[in-house]
Write a protein that binds this ligand. Structure first.
Ligand code: CTP
Length: 414
């Protein structure tokens, strides 16, 4: 899907640099060529030799090396690429780029380029949330720089939160959707002209203005599906509950809190061909959310919370009569009797397909990077191998294209 594309990959100094090796592999598998620029700090984490072996090209790091300048100047390096990717993008390189510094080869290339740039930040959570970094990211976004991630998760420094670099598959999907609009040939956009709505993430149901009911959904799977559908040319609206991950590029994202808001946003999308409900919608909400903070009073017993059912978004979309999308896909999060419960859920909700995933804590689906799913349709149950969430998304998007009689090349080859 990236055949003939030239990616200039800038590897800065962070523990996530090891994932860049995997990124090179994934990009080359898809037919892209990769040329690497390694910063001095990056070289503390990965060697030029490993980047060179995987990219099968020389690695550039020294701005003042006469050989580099005579063979390939910094201007030429960026001119020769279709896209620049900075992975990992450290707080330092973000700051240098925001300030317009040109104090090493990586910064100079970034300053000199006229090509699209994708940043995959990776840093300690406190560095990511520091007002200086927040302001730098904002500046860069305003200048049209694209961002993917960072993801939430446990970090090498024993802290938890946003700061982990996106997985190589997620970065590849973002690259594909950045290079897609202008340059993907029509055949590679089998979902062009189709409109899709994807729900993702948890919902938050207010108990009072400061407290809410929610769940552990990270939104990674739903966001990846939105990206994958967009990469295949669909016009995608992503309706996302509160998540810590970035809006996918190339997708119209609507942010909501509650299930009621999520349903309203889905219905507001108008006529759609494809609905994928990947959100972990809270089943219940407070029957009467308090208008002001519920206060403790001395001697008062804990208040009891009366719950009422939320609207079922998947069932509502599946049973919409003439307005029903041609294909409705639900998810089934199960901890036991996965297939039997999911087969039953498909019937009950009236959707066409169910992607059933095991969310037992031991499997680590919630918040994790991989997913083991079964695809359940009228024609039976298909077991998929354990895949990265990005790959589950791409496979599902490919199957959706096939359903509309427009196979991707990968699907056609199967
Ligand atoms: N779903 C929805 N609206 C709801 C509840 C669920 O759209 N109010 C969708 C989810 O997005 C998912 C599917 O329904 O696609 C199944 O969600 P799941 O939580 O597994 O099922 P439940 O309906 O909650 O059923 P149960 O609690 O019996 O497992």
């Amino acid at each position: 899907m990236l055949k003939g594309k030239r990616i200039l990959l800038i590897v800065a100094g962070g523990i996530a640099a090891f994932k860049s090796l995997e990124l090179i592999r994934r990009l080359r598998e898809r037919g892209a060529s990769v040329r690497c620029v390694l910063t001095a700090a990056g070289a503390k984490f990965v060697t030029p030799m490993s980047l060179q072996a995987l990219s099968e090209d020389r690695v550039y790091s020294d701005m003042f090396s006469l050989t580099d300048e005579s063979e390939m100047g910094h201007i030429q390096l960026s001119r020769d690429a279709d896209l620049l990717v900075v992975a990992p993008a450290t707080a330092n390189i973000l700051a240098r780029m925001a300030a317009g510094l040109a104090d090493d080869l990586a910064a100079t290339v970034l300053l000199a380029t006229d090509k699209p740039v994708l940043m995959a930040p990776a840093m300690n959570v406190r560095m990511w949330t520091h007002p200086a970094t927040v302001a730098n990211v904002e500046t860069l976004k305003q200048r049209g720089i694209h961002f993917i991630g960072p993801n939430d998760g446990a970090m090498a420094c024993n802290e938890y939160g946003p700061g982990r670099m996106s997985e190589p598959e997620e970065i590849v999907a973002a690259i594909e959707s950045m290079l897609a609009p202008a340059e993907r040939p029509p055949l590679e956009k089998p979902l062009a002209g189709k409109r899709a709505v994807v729900t993702s993430g948890p919902t938050r149901e207010a108990i009072d203005p400061v407290r809410y009911i929610s769940n552990h959904s990270s939104g990674k799977q739903g966001h990846a599906i939105a990206s994958a559908l967009a990469a295949l040319g669909a016009d995608v609206t992503l309706v996302s509950g509160p998540v810590a991950i970035a809006d996918p590029p190339g997708v119209a994202t609507v942010h909501v809190d509650s299930a009621d808001q999520m349903l309203t946003a889905c219905l507001a999308a108008g006529r759609i061909d494809i609905a994928v409900c990947a959100a972990a919608v809270a089943d219940w909400k407070a029957a009467r959310p308090a208008g002001s903070k519920i206060k403790k009073r001395a001697g008062m017993a804990p208040p009891s919370l009366e719950l009422t059912a939320n609207p079922d978004i998947l069932a509502t979309l599946s049973k919409r009569g003439p307005q029903r999308p041609a294909l409705v896909v639900g998810f089934a999060a199960e901890t036991e009797n996965l297939v039997a419960n999911a087969v039953d859920k498909r019937q009950r909700k009236g959707c066409d397909w169910i992607v059933a995933n095991d969310v037992s804590p031991a499997i680590g689906t919630f918040g994790g990077e991989r997913n083991t799913v079964h695809l359940i349709s009228a024609s039976g149950v298909e077991e998929w191998p354990t895949l990265a969430k990005g790959e589950v998304a791409m496979r599902l998007a490919g199957r959706i294209a096939l359903h509309f009689g427009r196979p991707t090349k990968a699907e056609a080859a199967e």
